[in-house]
Design a protein around this ligand. Structure first.
Ligand code: SAM
Length: 263
């Protein structure tokens, strides 16, 4: 699918509120499922602002952690996180990892595969830099199956005639596509699972202001005339009636995949 306009990640703090909270929830279940051994050398591809990097350091007792991402702004935030002192961060692209063959024990992509223009190249690069017997794994929102946390917002935008920006490889987030990518890269013992997570907002205002921080939809929403923005907001509010205490809770769904490098 073609990107309608580039989605640029600039603000690490805004990302943390919009998506980092969700990412760490999925990341926790992903790590339970992956059950990695302690003492491994990790590569976090598309580490962004370090949301998953911090989680893996907290949970996995790694020997070493490298994060890589194209966005200088996100990396700046990642380097300043309280829980990432152990990690080293590099700027770069998933499709051309600047690392020697077999440099890591495990490589992961957390909410990234749908951003990579050629997902198979990205997976091949992870396979190349992981040692034989190591692990290559990922999780991604099920973009086409309604799993993305911002899917309701995207639907409200479409309802008023605005096409929300989409990532270049949404198809790669389907479970079958992820399995095929992993098998096509020669990975063994390929396993998949669905991960459903819930997030609670204090009220609709919290949900709305968080939505406006989206690096994809946010800039487009801020460009809309007031009346159209109000129509989107009202449509979204109708979809999320608050509980008696005013809070709003909803679920999102990700697909996860893991495989072993041959040898
Ligand atoms: C949704 S964020 C995920 C960030 C982090 N992994 C997390 O779990 O919160 C997607 C990240 O992918 C990065 N990205 C986009 N295109 C990329 C590419 N070609 N190679 C590596 N990372 C890329 C973006 O800069 C962004 O930080």
């Amino acid at each position: 699918m073609t990107m309608t306009q580039p989605i640029v990640f600039v603000d690490g703090a805004a990302y943390e509120s919009f998506m980092g909270v969700w990412s760490r929830k999925v990341g926790d279940t992903f790590i339970d499922w992956l059950a990695p051994a302690a003492g491994q050398r990790w590569l976090d591809v598309g580490c962004g602002n370090g949301a998953f990097t911090e989680t893996l350091i907290e949970r996995c007792a790694p020997a070493a952690v490298t994060g890589i991402d194209p966005s200088a702004g996100q990396l700046d935030f990642a380097r300043k996180r309280a829980g990432t002192a152990k990690a080293k961060f590099d700027q770069g692209d998933a499709m051309a990892l600047p690392y020697a063959d077999h440099s890591f024990d495990i490589a992961v992509m957390a909410l990234v595969i749908f951003f990579v223009p050629e997902p198979a190249r990205g997976v091949a690069e992870m396979v190349r830099v992981v040692r034989p017997g190591g692990t290559v794994a990922a999780y991604a929102w099920d973009m086409l199956g309604g799993g993305f946390p911002a899917a309701p917002l995207q639907e409200q935008m479409r309802a008023v005639g605005i096409e929300p920006p989409v990532t270049p490889s949404v198809d790669a987030s389907r479970m079958e596509a992820m399995r095929a990518l992993w098998q096509g890269a020669g990975l063994l013992d390929v396993r998949t699972r669905e991960i459903i997570v819930q997030r609670t907002f204090t009220d609709f205002e919290d949900l709305w202001t968080t939505s406006l921080k989206s690096p994809a939809a946010g800039p487009k929403l801020r460009d809309q005339p007031d009346a159209r923005l109000a129509a989107i907001r009202q449509g979204l509010a109708r979809r999320f009636p608050p509980a008696a205490d005013g809070r709003i809770t909803y679920s999102s769904r990700a697909n996860a995949v893991s495989g072993r490098v041959p040898g």
